[in-house]
Design a protein around this ligand. Structure first.
Ligand code: HEC
Length: 198
């Protein structure tokens, strides 16, 4: 995974600071699958996330063509709907981050330790599948920032973008990213009922 090693120090220090206070709330790491099962579920997770990614990107690009303001609304309104449409019976899809814009995207308890691991050891930021305590399977996939993302997640935002984001997300933590930074994760939760072979 193309996560640049440089530029990580402030994030590492921040993450270390966070875990010191937040450790009590973090769930234990989910149980590992056998290598063969993990490979199977990574493949299924990837297939499930792929349309979510491409539809999100299409919505973003269509929005950006009409101006960043329109794109912010596209992201805010359409992202949750696209996530819902990308799941299915017993399959839930979402996005999360260690630096959230929308608190509604907070990591599920089983996602948190995997996300923490990617942040503290960027070299391990690769797709993972794990066994969940309720009998389901969880999939996570790192999201690496691309150049076009800095319009709304970079260190310096255009004043109109900054103002719109501040109005909609008063607790926004999702700026100051650079291309190749880890922005967060896509995740999929397969409930036990959805575990039949695809
Ligand atoms: C036009 C502005 C805009 C652009 C460009 C943009 N985003 Fe976002 N991003 C947002 C907004 C607004 C949200 C909050 C969406 C919501 O309310 O669920 C968001 C949320 C997210 C989240 C969910 C976690 C959180 O912090 O709430 C991730 C992950 C994310 N963006 C990654 C990206 C990546 C990767 C790119 C580039 C491919 C990108 N974004 C480009 C505006 C943008």
């Amino acid at each position: 995974m193309n996560v640049a090693a440089n530029g990580w120090l402030p994030i590492l220090m921040l993450a270390a600071g966070c875990t010191a206070t937040g450790r009590g709330t973090s769930a234990p790491p989910p149980r590992a699958l056998s290598a063969a099962d993990e490979a199977t579920w990574i493949a299924r997770g990837r297939d499930t996330v792929a349309p979510f990614k491409s539809r999100l990107m299409a919505a973003l690009q269509a929005g950006l063509a009409e101006g960043p303001d329109r794109a912010i609304d596209a992201c805010r309104v359409e992202a949750p709907a696209i996530a819902t449409a990308s799941g299915g019976p017993g399959v839930t899809v979402g996005r999360s981050s260690h630096r959230l814009r929308n608190p509604a995207n907070a990591p599920r308890p089983w996602v948190q330790p995997l996300l923490d691991g990617f942040i503290t050891t960027p070299a391990t930021a690769a797709p993972r599948a794990v066994a969940l305590s309720g009998g389901g399977i969880g999939y996570v996939e790192p999201i690496v920032l691309q150049p076009m993302c800095v319009t709304c997640h970079g260190a310096t935002l255009a004043p109109a973008v900054q103002a719109r984001i501040a109005a909609l997300y008063p607790a926004d933590q999702a700026t100051g990213f650079a291309p190749a930074d880890l922005r967060g994760v896509f995740w999929v939760e397969f409930e036990p009922a959805a575990l039949a072979p695809p």
